[in-house]
Design a protein around this ligand. Sequence first.
Ligand SMILES: NC(=O)c1ccc[n+]([C@@H]2O[C@H](COP(=O)([O-])OP(=O)(O)OC[C@H]3O[C@@H](n4cnc5c(N)ncnc54)[C@H](O)[C@@H]3O)[C@@H](O)[C@H]2O)c1
Ligand SMILES: N[C@H](CO)Cc1c[nH]c[nH+]1
Ligand SMILES: [Zn+2]
Length: 432
Amino acid sequence: MIKLSTSEPGFAQAFRELVNARREADADVARDVRTIVASVRDEGDAALHAFTRKFDKHDLNDTGWRIEKADCAAALEALDPALRDALQLAADRITAYHEQQKPADSDTTDAAGVRTGARWQAVEAAGVYVPGGRAAYPSSVLMNAIPARVAGVDRLVMVTPTPNGDVNPLVLAAAHIAGVDEIWRIGGAQAIAALAYGTGRIAAVDVITGPGNAWVAEAKRQLYGVVGIDMVAGPSEIVVVADGRNDPDWIAADLLSQAEHDPTSQSILLTDDAIFAGKVAAAVDAQIGTLATRATARQSWDANGAIIVTATLDEAIPLVNKLAPEHLELAVDDPDALFARVRHAGSVFLGRMTPEAIGDYVAGPNHVLPTGRRARFASGLSVLDFMKRTSFLALDAAGLAAIGPAAVALAQAEGLPAHAKSVAVRLEQNNA
Ligand SMILES: NC(=O)c1ccc[n+]([C@@H]2O[C@H](COP(=O)([O-])OP(=O)(O)OC[C@H]3O[C@@H](n4cnc5c(N)ncnc54)[C@H](O)[C@@H]3O)[C@@H](O)[C@H]2O)c1
Ligand SMILES: N[C@H](CO)Cc1c[nH]c[nH+]1
Ligand SMILES: [Zn+2]
């Protein structure tokens, strides 16, 4: 963990280095992903079989390639009732939030008599990636699959690695609640390539969504264009802006909640209180050893964690905008005052009683969010990621007479006579 203070002379340079540090795909990951993607494209299921044996340590021919719907129904049935209720509460809240995102079609006729509009439709097939390497993510099943269902996707395919052949029943139960159609026991870059190109067993999809580690994120990036993607959602991140009136233990827990995801995760505290900063650092060290995930959290905190002391909390916000974090907590009395000045963040958690983890599971907004400063230009997963828009237009003779001559003039100026003619012939007939 690095400690910085805006009052120190070397701050600008040190902060630049923090912002520009590459935690995700390095050159080796990009190269390895290219090899994996090419193998799956050329060898299909044989490559999936080999990579699954290598990375997930099981033989798909023994464990089975697919998880059947009946297994998911049985997993839900067998679930501890409290967990079943928790999953259902999460699913209901996520559904309600995402229902509000459904876009409206438009169809208007303007003053020139020209009818224009747009019609939204779901993609036919969507593939959702549910991480499963270090931890199983039933919550990510709901966060991916529910928006797809709300959008109206016809075929919803889920891929998730099952390391050593072990299946997490909660993941299956969540898939049942969310209405997933197909589940394949594959992960990593090979799973993304299989969804993009299709293999003998797995039919290709139109869009792939979901978070994952560096190999998953890089595969999505490389395959964008062959297939649609939501965004690049890699290792988790959190920035907490907190004043000295917070309980250091609470803030330390918030920082560790994202550090425990991945050694390349990043947790950063910004505070205007140097004494509080020291207390949080001590609380992180005290708590880390108590976590079952301590090895991962320790690596993440040591390598990528930061505590930055600012002169005022106002001074923290431009720094937040440079970091463009996946998650931003504003643990202050008047979070809206700071929030008004936040331009770049995937999701913002307002006030002392809104820990980021509540958004990971049950609040309703999506937890699949842009990482690696991509919140500058990307947004969290939504119903729109599973839909596309077709525009349409209709003119009658009067409408064409009103705007056609301008089209002819522009076509001629572009040196495209066939364009000009296709409009002009109709205008001439109108005038005849
Ligand atoms: N941004 C978000 O919205 C969000 C949400 C949830 C989770 N996450 C992130 O998802 C990630 C989950 O990572 P995970 O590892 O637990 O699961 P994962 O499913 O993303 O990755 C596991 C797969 O990675 C591949 N892999 C592992 N080592 C490899 C290597 N050396 N070479 C090639 N491929 C390799 C394997 O194929 C394996 O199946 C974490 O980084 C977490 O922070 C992000
Ligand atoms: N924090 C992750 C997104 O970065 C999502 C998640 C799932 N489970 C726990 N957390
Ligand atoms: Zn999380």
